[in-house]
Every structure is written in C-alpha cells, then in structure tokens.
Design a protein around this ligand. Structure first.
Ligand code: NAD
Ligand code: TYD
Length: 363
C-alpha cells in the first residue's frame, strides 16, 4: 500500500458526501477551481441544512460536477451511487452537525452519522476490494475528545470522551472508520477539526446567527455566561487540511486540525461585532446592547483547544488567517451576498430559532 497518493495520480472521480452543506460547498468550490480536470460527484440528501442558493452556485460554478440526491442512511442508494461512479477518493462530510438539534432530536444523528457512515464504508470496501490506490477520508470534529479545563490541548492520542449526542455519534463514526481499516484494510484517513466559520454557513450556528441577527437588530443569544472557549478556523483552511491529509496523510492515521485561535464566546462575539460595525457603519455600542444572556445548553462543553503539531510537522499545513481577518472576510461575504442570505431565511431558519427558544423555555 503506498504511503500516499499524489494529486497528479488522482484521475478517478472524487466522491464528496454532504457537498451541499457549509464545509462541503466551500470544499467543492475550492477544489474544483484548482482541479478542473477532476470530476466531483456530490452525494447529498439536501437536508434542512442546505441553503438552496448554495445548490444553484455549485451547479453553476463546477465544470465536471455530478449531483446525486441520496440519503446515506439508505444502504441500497449509497451502494448504487458508489458503484455507478467508482470513485478513487471519497471525502465523507455528510452528517447531522448541530449540537442543539442533537439534544432535541438525537435519533437522526445516530442514523445519519453512524449508520450512514457504515453504509458508505461497506460500499467502498466492496467496490475497492483491496485496491491500494484509493482513499476514504472521514471528516470529524474535535468534540469527540470532550471538554477541557483551563489548561491543555487535544492531541490525536487524547481519549475519546464525547458528551453530546452529536459528538457521541461522530465518535462512533470515527471508531467505525478505524475498525474498517484494521479489519478490512480499507485505506482511510481521519481529520478532527475545531469550529469552522466563513461563507455559506447555516444561520443556526453561532457566528452566522450573530451576523444575521446583528444586521436585523435582533437579540444576540449568548448561552450561559459566554465564557465557553472554542478554537476557530476559517473554512478554506479546513478544506486545505482535508485535501492534504486525504492525498498525503499516512493511511490509518488521524490528524487534528485547529486555528490557533482560542476565544471565549463573548470575545469572539465582540470581535465579530467590531467587524460588522467596520463593514456596515452600524454603531458599535448599539450592536453590543443586543447581546442577551440566555439559558445554557445542557451539557455545554466548557473548552476545546487543538494541538495540530502532527499536521503541521508531517504535511506542512498552517492556518492562513488571523481570526480578526477571517471575521472581516466572513462579514464582508454575508453583506455582499444578500441573495444567499434571503435564500437562507426563506429556507426556514427563523422558524427554527423560534422553535428552539420555545422548546428550551426561553422567551
Ligand atoms: P452542514 O450541516 O452544513 O452540512 C451537512 C451536509 O450533510 C448537508 O449537505 C446535508 O444535506 C448533508 N446530509 C445530512 N444528512 C445526510 C444524509 N442522511 N444523507 C446524505 N446527506 C446528508 O455541516 P458542516 O458544518 O458542513 O459539517 C460537515 C462535516 O464536517 C460534518 O461531518 C461535521 O461533523 C464536520 N465538522 C464540522 C465542523 C464545523 O465547525 N462546522 C467542525 C469539525 C467537523
Ligand atoms: P455552535 O456554533 O453551535 O458550535 P459547537 O457547539 O459545535 O461548538 O456553538 C459555538 C459556541 O457558541 C458554543 O459554545 C455554543 C455557543 N452558542 C451561543 O452562545 N449562542 C447561540 O445561539 C449558539 C448557536 C451557540
């Protein structure tokens, strides 16, 4: 089995799952622009998480693009797509991704994230039948490691300790991917990444929610005391890490990915409001008055922090932006793309925010 496949050796189709979502769409747009010679197949169920304007953009912008609408929970459908396109590389991103939803509706997380991953693994194992020139890359999260105190970082050897239905389902999927490598010699790699931000993110997630609400002068709901810490990474830096690990990472290995940008939620919100005010001319103090402390998320992990030394030393990857620059670019993208923002709203995001508040007893 070769230690890595170089992108020049990659000739077969690349199958991306979840390509209509936030990271998947940024990945497809970035990689297709760089590799117009490759065919990209997007297998996606188009769940609530996909903004229709993103689907249109993908179809418009990618030269060799094939869209396959399918649910990864449907074993026969997954097998049919895999057999039809015979991918050389699979980048598996499809997942239920929002922690708050996993608290309210955990079953779907287990179905998609665990059984969906299992279906994809078995279909690839059967298609590839020991071929060494192929790769299955699994995109996962730092949340599988649990919650840190004030000190320390997650490394690739930190024991798994997931604490939400979302992170438990992602942890299960990581274990399955490793098991398929050990048991069936499936050539796999895994990345576990910190919180992403950037263009085309569903407005249920912290930063786009705050941008949308700030621009609409709606309350900015901060869970608990706002002192939970996350590490933030600009989405295209994550895309680059996925691509480098998938092509050049050691088979069977896991690589942590992080932005060296740890902030409390309140600090990241303040930096975001600076960027909004700078871009729109809105009064900074007026924006800050919108901050509303609300009931905390149950089991809210206190701190995530990533040690990405392995990825940096083995593959030379680095985050390319400071958080402040990344936030300026992000705000600029949302302000410059009102059509996408309208599409996200029409897709029912306000209804979800409403539902979440009602269900959790906030007013
Ligand atoms: P997202 O919610 O924006 O997109 C998820 C995509 O998966 C959508 O296109 C959706 O339609 C698709 N999908 C969901 N269920 C499906 C099913 N049953 N069958 C087929 N397609 C289905 O998520 P994202 O933020 O782009 O995250 C992508 C991946 O990266 C996930 O695996 C997530 O766990 C992981 N990840 C995300 C972050 C982050 O900060 N967003 C950080 C680390 C890892
Ligand atoms: P989120 O974007 O949901 O990502 P994750 O929980 O996977 O890290 O949330 C990021 C942080 O922001 C997390 O600590 C929860 C917090 N948060 C709020 O304070 N208010 C909100 O409205 C949301 C969605 C999140």
């Amino acid at each position: 089995m070769p230690a890595s496949i170089l992108s020049s050796d990659l000739t077969g189709p690349v199958l991306v799952t979840g390509g209509g979502g936030f990271i998947g769409s940024n990945l497809l747009l970035t990689l297709a622009a760089r590799h117009p010679e490759l065919t990209f197949v997007n297998l996606d169920a188009l769940t609530y998480a996909v903004v229709p304007a993103t689907v249109d953009e993908l179809a418009r912008s990618i030269p060799n693009y094939v869209f396959e609408r399918a649910d990864i929970v449907d074993e026969a459908a997954v097998r049919a797509v895999v057999e039809r396109h015979r991918p050389q590389l699979v980048l598996h991103l499809a997942a239920e991704s929002h922690v708050d939803r996993s608290i309210l509706e955990p079953r779907r997380f287990l179905e998609t994230n665990v059984m969906g991953t299992f279906n994809l693994l078995t279909a690839c194992r059967d298609l590839w039948a020991g071929d060494p020139g192929v790769r299955f890359h699994h995109v996962s999260t730092d949340e599988v490691y649990g919650s840190l105190g004030d000190e320390g970082y997650f490394t690739e050897t930190t024991p798994y300790s997931p604490r939400s239905p979302y992170s438990a389902s992602k942890a299960s999927s990581d274990h399955l991917v490793r098991a398929f490598h050990e048991t069936y010699a499936l050539p796999v790699t895994i990345t576990n990444c910190s919180n992403n931000y950037g263009p085309r993110q569903h407005p249920e997630k912290l930063l786009p929610l705050m941008i949308h609400n700030a621009m609409a002068r709606k309350p900015l709901p901060v869970y608990g005391d706002g002192l939970n810490v996350r590490d933030w990474l600009y989405v295209t830096d994550h895309v680059e890490a996925i691509w480098q690990v998938a092509l050049r990472g050691r088979v069977g290995e896991t690589y942590n990915v992080g932005g060296d940008a740890e902030r409390t939620n309140l600090d990241v919100l303040k930096a975001l409001l600076d960027a909004v005010s700078e871009r729109t001319g809105d009064d900074r103090e007026e924006l800050e008055r919108l901050v509303a402390f609300v009931k905390d998320r149950p089991g809210h992990d206190r701190r995530y922090a990533i040690d990405a030394t392995k990825l940096k030393t083995e593959l030379g990857w680095r985050p390319t932006r400071s958080l402040e620059d990344g936030l300026r670019e992000t705000v600029d993208w949302y302000v410059s793309n009102p059509g996408w923002v309208a599409s996200a709203r029409e897709n029912g995001y306000d209804a979800w925010v409403q539902k979440q508040y009602v269900t959790e007893g906030r007013s």
